[in-house]
Structures are given as C-alpha cells and as structure tokens.
Write a protein that binds this ligand. Structure first.
Ligand code: IPM
Ligand code: MG
Length: 356
C-alpha cells in the first residue's frame, strides 16, 4: 500500500534526525512491502528565512493532503528576537489548529537498557516506568482570547483559559480508550479547587468515565501531580490534562526517564490523521554535527505506523530494532556514559535500519 507523508524537517537538529527516521521508514517499506511517498515542506525558522512567514499556506495544504505528518523540531536563537506572533514556535500552534490535532500523546517510558539514566533514585523506579500523558492540544489558554489593557497597576496582558464540554469529552475519550489498551487507569489532572474551567473539565471527565466501567479514574490537582510524578511515578498509567498543564507535566515525565532523546509523540486529529515528532526540541547547539540522537524521531515513525496506518507489526519492528541496538551497547552522545560504543546520528540511524 502507498502512504503519503508530509515531512517537516524544521530547524536545528530537525533535518539531521528526520533524515534518519525517513531512512528507517524506507527500510520498513522494503521489508513489509509498503511505499512511503514523502513531500518535504517548510515550517518554523526555515520557513521564515525562505518565505518570511513561519507557516506557509503551502505547508498547511500539503499536510492536509497527506495521510500523516512527520516533524523534526522548530526554533532557534536566530529567531528568538522576533515578536511572539512571528516566532518559529507559532508554526507549531498553527499546524495543530489547522489540522485539528487536539490529542497529544506523550509516552514516558524507561528503556531497560537505559535505566540508570533517570535522575530519580533506582528504588523509586524499580519495575520500570511506562506512563503516557494525553494532553489537550488545540484549546485552553494557548488558544483563548488574549489581549492587553490598562489597569491602575499599569499596562496588563491576559490569556484566557476556556474549555467547552465537547473539547473535554473528546480528549477524555482518547485517554480512556488508551487506558483500555494499557493498565486501565486514568488520572485526570486539573486545578478544580480554584478554576471554573477545571470544574467543568472534571465533571465531563466523570461523565465520560461512565462509559468505561473497567477503567479506574482518579482526579489530581496539578500541583500535587507535579509532586507525585517525582515521588511515585509508577502510580500513573494514563494522565489526561489540559493544554498548559500537559505541556508542563509532559516535560517533567520525560525528564524522569532520563533520556529525552528517546521519546516520541503523536498529535492526533479526529479519525486517523496525525502528526508525529520527537518530544525534544531543535538543540541548535549541536545542529549539523552528527551528534543528535535520532531515536525519538525513529520511534515517532513507529507511532505513525501504529496509530495512523494501523500497521502494528511494522511498528513493533521499529521498537524491537531500537531495543536491539541499545542492547548491543550503541549510544549517541546524550546517552553515552563511558560504556558501550559511541555513535553519531547517521550511524545510529543506520544501525536501527539494519535491525529492521
Ligand atoms: C511543546 C512545546 C510547545 C508547546 C511550544 C514550542 C509552543 O513546548 O510541544 O511542548 O508549548 O506546546
Ligand atoms: Mg513543551
């Protein structure tokens, strides 16, 4: 079968890691008899340099005409002084909104081979860690009304946090469906002791839970969740939360694994369409130096195969290839602790492709 994929390398290490991910994808295609037709488009700083805007209409059109999108990373110091609305990061928000990518899936998994990379004590993580943050991605304070006004304390700026029942219901369903395929536990994170938007969130999540009697639901305030994640992360299975809380908690969860260069993510629309990207950023300091770890992007291809194309065996092959390469002791600089074999971006990609 043929699949059409829009590829956005982006900025910094984006092009380095995307190249390796595409290499692995091609290998999966050869092995399993699929063709992946890619079309490369611009977003972020690369688009600003080439066209003046961070998200050209052509990029949106190509993404919409594709079956899925692969993204490297956007942003870098070169564009840091642009006004908020023109920064490369704005491209991400634009793509999410334009493509209706309301559900952001961010797994935080500890790879057995990298267990000692976590900054947490070994006893806290004994038995491993496998949690997934389901973050609402097209609503809340990121997209609410914003503005400035005069106050008696001087000029003020505001951003509104607002959630509709429909928005909460659809993200809650994603979380419960995911829990059904995992350990059947959902923790909904909010700030319902203070915020009206969180009280609505909590009420709707409880309604949705009624359709999933097998899933255990608990609620947690976001401040407590931030603490529990480092105190006892193994209590979590699926965490579902708002856009901004999910932004913060998913970074925390990823850091617990100690290997941010290993974690993929999916941003899903209604239906099967999705955008897939590593959870790390563009790391401009090591761009183009063959130092970046391509594994998170390669695993993002795995998520694409699984979620958008329903190709479970192919996705499993990618996961297994990554594990095999780690087990053989190959490490990119971010993972290297003096043992095993230090390899660069391209060699890591080649090794993983070879295992497919
Ligand atoms: C993320 C990033 C983005 C976000 C930024 C770059 C706009 O932090 O994907 O988590 O806040 O959503
Ligand atoms: Mg973030």
């Amino acid at each position: 079968m043929n699949y059409n994929i829009a590829v956005i390398p982006g900025d910094g290490i984006g092009p380095d890691i995307v190249e390796q991910a595409v290499k692995v994808m091609r290998k999966v295609g050869d092995k399993f008899g699929h063709t992946f037709t890619t079309k490369t488009v611009l977003a972020g700083g690369a688009a600003i340099d080439a066209t003046g805007g961070c998200l050209p209409q052509e990029t949106i059109d190509v993404c919409k005409a594709s079956d899925a999108v692969l993204l490297g990373a956007v942003g870098g110091p070169k564009w840091d002084n642009l006004p908020g609305g023109e920064r490369p990061e704005r491209a991400l928000l634009g793509i999410r909104k334009e493509l209706g990518l309301f559900a952001n899936i961010r797994p935080a998994v500890i790879f057995e081979e990298l267990a000692d990379a976590s900054p947490l004590k070994a006893e806290i993580l004994s038995g491993g860690l496998d949690i997934v943050v389901v973050r609402e991605l097209t609503g809340g304070i990121y997209f609410g009304e914003r503005g400035t006004k005069e106050t008696d304390m001087g000029p003020a700026a505001y951003d509104v946090e607002m959630y509709s029942e429909g928005e909460v219901r659809r993200i809650a369903k994603v979380a419960f469906d995911m829990a059904m395929k995992r350990n059947k536990k959902v923790t909904s994170v909010d700030k319902a002791n203070v915020l009206d938007s969180s009280r609505l969130w909590r009420r709707v999540v409880e309604e949705v839970a009624k359709d999933y009697p097998e899933v255990t639901l608990n609620h947690m305030y976001v401040d407590n969740a931030a603490m529990q994640l480092v105190r006892n992360p193994r209590q979590f299975d699926v965490i579902v939360t708002s856009n901004i809380f999910g932004d913060i908690l998913s970074d925390e969860a990823s850091q617990i694994t100690g290997s941010i260069g290993m974690l993929p993510s999916a941003s899903l629309a209604e239906g099967n369409f999705g955008m897939y990207e590593p959870i790390h950023g563009s790391a401009p300091d090591i761009a183009g130096q063959d130092k970046a770890n391509p594994t998170a992007t390669i695993l993002s291809i795995g998520m694409m195969l699984r979620y958008t194309f329903g190709l479970g065996a192919e996705a499993d092959a990618i996961d297994a290839a990554v594990k095999a390469v780690l087990a053989k002791g190959y490490r990119t600089p971010d993972l290297y602790t003096g043992e095993g074999t230090l390899v660069g971006t391209a060699e890591m990609g080649r090794l993983i492709a070879e295992e497919i």
